[in-house]
Design a binder for this molecule. Structure first.
Ligand code: APR
Length: 250
């Protein structure tokens, strides 16, 4: 793909970059997205599984769904899209990766400054005493575990529909969006707020906003650059054209 001179030179010169990522960046690793034809929400409705009331109504069902996704995630590897962001972080002063993904693949790829807006599926906590719970081993797959300290139900440490985002994480994400020169919005349908507000914050503060997605989204008419295609192909290509060194990743 041929990128615009504006994009390549901004990427070359910017010292402060923020990237908001969504399920699409992990799709090429084999993690299903939520929306769209192949999306998880085609098979399950969010209100059935991803909210607190659903968990209280049927904790085993919700636990089983997360156990299935946890297993799926453990069996996959980060892809060139994740590794591109690692390369970027290594050569710039300030890179913040703000992710809606709970799959931990950015950290597994080697990214360090990762802000998790929707939690992390690898962690769990007790809904009663709020203690974080070490992974029970072997992990129960079909029934929810109980807290060893107080007997409360253990839930995944992810943000469900109707819940607040972690305050500190969101404020770090907003600050990165306000202060960056270049903002990437990668592999997200950009419909779930408040995460979806971040590209607009970046726009309002003068950043060049670049969307990378397989298809157009609500953001596309506002982003200055819209790159249609797979993140795992476009990102490495773009970084190479801007002269950003690619390192071998395990
Ligand atoms: N490269 C780039 N984009 C891709 C790729 C790819 N290889 N594959 C899919 N996409 C795009 C799709 O076109 C879509 O716009 O990724 C986006 C995925 O959108 P969603 O499934 O809606 O995922 P996301 O935006 O992360 O959802 C936000 O909603 O269900 C909640 O909490 C959940 O964090 C999630 C939030």
């Amino acid at each position: 793909m041929k990128f615009s001179d504006r994009l390549v030179s901004t990427l070359r010169n910017a010292q402060s970059v923020c990237a908001l990522t969504g399920a699409g960046i992990s799709a090429e690793s084999g993690v299903p997205t939520f929306r769209g034809e192949e999306g998880l929400w085609k098979k399950f409705r969010p209100e059935e599984l991803a909210n607190f009331n659903a968990f209280i109504r049927n904790p085993d069902l919700v636990w089983e769904w997360y156990a299935y996704r946890r297993k799926l995630i453990r069996d996959v590897k980060p892809n060139p899209g994740h590794f591109g962001l690692v390369d970027l972080e290594r050569c710039k002063k300030h890179v913040t990766i703000v992710t809606q993904n709970v799959d931990n693949l950015h950290r597994r790829a080697g990214s360090e400054n990762v802000v998790e807006l929707h939690g992390n599926i690898e962690r769990s906590y007790c809904i009663q005493c709020h203690a974080f719970v070490d992974e029970p081993s072997p992990e129960p797959l079909t029934s929810v575990p109980m807290c060893v300290t107080c007997g409360g139900l253990v839930r995944p440490d992810v943000v469900w529909f109707g819940e607040m985002l972690p305050v500190e994480a969101f404020s770090k994400a907003e600050s990165a969006a306000r202060h960056c020169e270049l903002f990437f919005c990668i592999g997200t349908s950009a419909v779930v707020f408040p995460a979806a507000s971040l590209p607009y914050t970046a726009l309002d503060h003068g950043a060049l906003v670049v969307e990378i997605n397989r298809e157009e989204t609500d953001l596309s008419s506002r982003a200055q650059e819209v790159l249609i295609g797979k993140a795992g192909e476009i990102l490495p290509d773009l970084l190479a054209q801007a002269g950003i060194r690619h390192e071998e990743h395990l």
